[in-house]
Design a protein around this ligand. Structure first.
Ligand code: 13P
Length: 259
């Protein structure tokens, strides 16, 4: 089976709701002008929470083919959790995906694998597809233990996941040393880890489930580096940070396979 590529833009803490709507509008126009075929790849954006209602209004109003999600969610459904966002609210706003365990949340907010596993379950509880972020820091990469480290993170963050849930899981391999540094991993690095993640999913579940899981690469992806990375057998998409804030650049990443 062929897995449909997912081209995802993580806006992080950028773009207020007005800026976000104009970025999304520009992205949609740029893709339309290029006759982008949405059958070739799924395009998703992850705006700040404050933008999502406005994004929903634009997507639904203009019938855009672009989907969207939250950058995080609470592991709880509702209650006295000041500042947290429930997956139920994201679902109500038409979100398709939700990022879980981005390295900036694991480091800055101390999110452990166990917390991520609870957030993955919360995503499924609320009809959201989790994009689970894993990846090693520079010291681990330099020690050569990056595969074991990342698979350990994966196992811990999908604790309790059923086969049925796992089939729709998206995993984003984002080596921390490549995030925001301009140091993009080689396509061989991305392939090595994507294949290892898929093999681990097969061990934990089955070959059929492993075939269905989509594995993304993230870390300084630009239009110039995207085609080679996305050409790797086990890489099913990219999770783009900085370059997703530029409509033209992100559109060119989405059009990675246009000759
Ligand atoms: O963290 C990332 C996406 O979630 C990657 O960010 P950059 O593309 O800016 O390196």
């Amino acid at each position: 089976m062929t897995r449909k590529p997912l081209i995802a833009g993580n806006w992080k803490m950028n773009m207020d709701h007005a800026e976000g709507v104009s970025l999304l509008q520009k992205l949609a126009w740029t893709l339309d002008d290029a006759n982008f075929n949405y059958d070739n790849a799924e395009v998703a954006v992850f705006p700040p929470f404050t933008d999502i209602r406005s994004v929903q209004t634009l997507v639904e109003g203009d019938k855009l083919n672009i989907v969207y999600g939250g950058q995080d969610l609470s592991d709880k459904d509702s209650g006295a959790y000041t500042g947290d966002i429930s997956g139920a609210f994201l679902n109500k706003l038409g979100a398709t995906y939700v990022l879980v365990g981005h390295s900036e949340r694991r480091t800055i907010h101390g999110e452990t694998d166990a917390i991520c596993a609870d957030k993955v379950q919360a995503a499924y509880r609320h009809g959201l597809t989790p994009v689970l972020c894993v990846g090693e820091g520079l010291e681990i990469r330099e020690a050569g233990t990056h595969v074991d480290f990342t698979l350990e993170q994966l196992r811990g963050s999908i604790e309790g996941l059923s086969s049925e849930q796992a089939e729709t899981l998206v995993v984003a391999y984002e080596p921390v040393w490549a995030i925001g540094t301009g140091k993009v991993a080689t396509s061989a690095d991305a392939q090595e880890m994507s294949a290892a993640i898929r093999a681990e999913i097969e061990k934990l579940y089955s070959a059929d489930v492993a075939e269905k899981v989509r594995v993304l690469y993230g870390g300084s992806v630009k239009a110039a580096s995207a085609p080679e990375i996305l050409g790797e057998a086990d890489v099913d998409g990219v999770l783009v940070g900085g370059a997703s804030l530029d409509a033209e650049e992100f559109a060119n990443i989405a059009r990675f396979d246009s000759k």
